[in-house]
Design a protein around this ligand. Sequence first.
Ligand code: SF4
Length: 287
Amino acid sequence: MHMENTLIHKPLWLRKKIILGDLKPMEKLLSQGRVHTICEEAMCPNISECFSQNVASFMILGTVCTRACSFCAVSRGIPLALNPYEPENVANTVQHLGLRHVVITSSTRDDLSGGGADHFSKTVRAIKALDDSILVELLIPDMKENLLALQQVAVSGAEIIGHNLETVARLYHVRKGSDYERSLRVIGKLHILNPDIAIKSGIMLGFGERDDEVFSLMEDLREVGCHYLSIGQYLSPSHKHETVVEYVEPKRFEYLRNRGMEMGFSYIKSSPYTRSSYMAHEYLETR
Ligand code: SF4
């Protein structure tokens, strides 16, 4: 499933296997529910582990993205019209899977006024209408910093809202169409718009970032009110995507996590296979 784009060999700690046969029951269930997952669209290396435990993270607003991040496996181009039934389809599938903590993300939809905030909000409402005790985590695009859109998401009823910085400011060429400062402002605005929600961000290591740059990023996140952080290893989806500059050793993930916790984050998950939605239930347990 993964074609590595790197000049260096994958180290021993990055040998998780994807067993395609294991994915079939979940794939069938998701397709019958007419929902998409970021697990499949982003070719997540944890997919066997998560799917075998009936865990999945949903992707709404379609599977075609209007931006072109060079690290991302999600298709890019001209998206299809929104599926008005998607919020209910997601809610029904969440209930069917028995998820108690659900993560919902999306493609970036710069073509939609409001960036799809309305659809996010409808999806939260549909889930909460079925069972108000299900915890909902949204991982949103920057929505071009549209205040009304951010407000709609901030008061949607979701318990956690995330927006990923993805990498340090110097390496933002891998996030074409995005802007480090704008993403920081988005996180800050979400916190101000609803101080009751937990705010999360995520980054990947392996683009050539230095420790001091990661510390600055962490300080920036703390300053705008971010509570949680995920740190994982970038794996290149294909030879057409951004090259892996470095496979970061597990002990450096641990070191960065400890330094970040000293800066006041409530929880940081940091390991080579950490992804924004990986073991997502752990974060709130620390609140
Ligand atoms: S880590 Fe997240 S994206 Fe990856 S398979 Fe698990 S739930 Fe899906």
